[in-house]
Design a protein around this ligand. Structure first.
Ligand code: S3P
Length: 166
C-alpha cells in the first residue's frame, strides 16, 4: 500500500513523510522533488519559465506515476489535491491511505515567513499580515479537498515523533 501526505505549504509533509517512511521501511517520494528531477528545473524555474498551468499539468502526470509505486510514502505539494481531479485520483487509487497534516494559520504564517523563497506562490509576500491574509483565503479554498483525506492529524506543538506515531 501507499501513504499520501496532504497539507498546506509548511505543514511538514516532507519532514514527516521521510520519518514515517523510514519507520515503516517504505520508500519515500517527495512529489516536488520528483517533478524537479523529471523536468530538470526547480519548481520556481518551472513557474517562471512555463507558468502555473503547465506546472499543474505536469504535477497531475507525475502524481499518476508515483501512485503506481508500492509501499511508498508520498508527500504531495500543497496544491496537488486541489487541481486536475487529483483528489479523486487519490481517493479512487487502490490501497492508498491519505493523511492530512493540519496546521494552524498562525503556525503556517510563522513558518512560511522564513521559508518563502522556494515557493513561487508566496515568494513576493514579504509582509507578515499580507502573508497571513493570503494563507487564510487559500486554506479556506483548499480545505474542501484536504478534508477528503482518510485521516487528519493536527501538527501544532507536536514533535515529529508524536506526529509520526499518530
Ligand atoms: C504549492 C506548493 C509547493 C509546490 C508549489 C505549489 C502550492 O509544495 O508544489 O510551489 O500550490 O501550495 P510544498 O507544499 O511542498 O511547499
Amino acid at each position: 500500500m501507499n501513504i499520501v501526505l496532504i497539507g498546506y505549504m509548511g505543514s511538514g509533509k516532507s519532514l514527516i513523510g521521510s520519518a514515517l517512511a523510514s519507520i515503516l521501511e517504505f520508500d519515500y517520494i517527495d512529489l516536488d522533488d520528483y517533478i524537479e528531477n523529471q523536468e530538470k528545473k526547480t519548481i520556481s524555474e518551472i513557474f517562471d519559465d512555463k507558468g502555473e498551468i503547465y506546472f499543474r499539468k505536469q504535477e497531475h502526470t507525475y502524481l499518476k506515476d508515483v501512485l503506481q509505486k508500492n509501499d511508498t510514502v508520498i508527500s504531495l505539494g500543497g496544491g496537488t489535491p486541489c487541481f486536475a481531479g487529483n483528489m479523486d485520483l487519490i481517493i479512487e487509487a487502490e490501497k492508498v491511505k491519505s493523511i492530512y497534516l493540519q496546521t494552524s494559520l498562525e503556525e503556517l504564517t510563522h513558518r512560511l515567513l522564513s521559508e518563502r523563497s522556494k515557493r513561487p506562490l508566496i515568494a513576493h509576500l514579504t509582509n507578515e499580515d499580507d502573508l497571513k491574509d493570503f494563507i487564510r483565503k487559500h486554506l479556506f479554498e483548499r480545505s474542501f479537498y484536504y478534508n477528503q483525506s482518510d485521516i487528519k492529524v493536527q501538527t501544532d506543538q507536536k514533535t515529529v515523533e508524536t506526529i509520526v506515531t499518530e
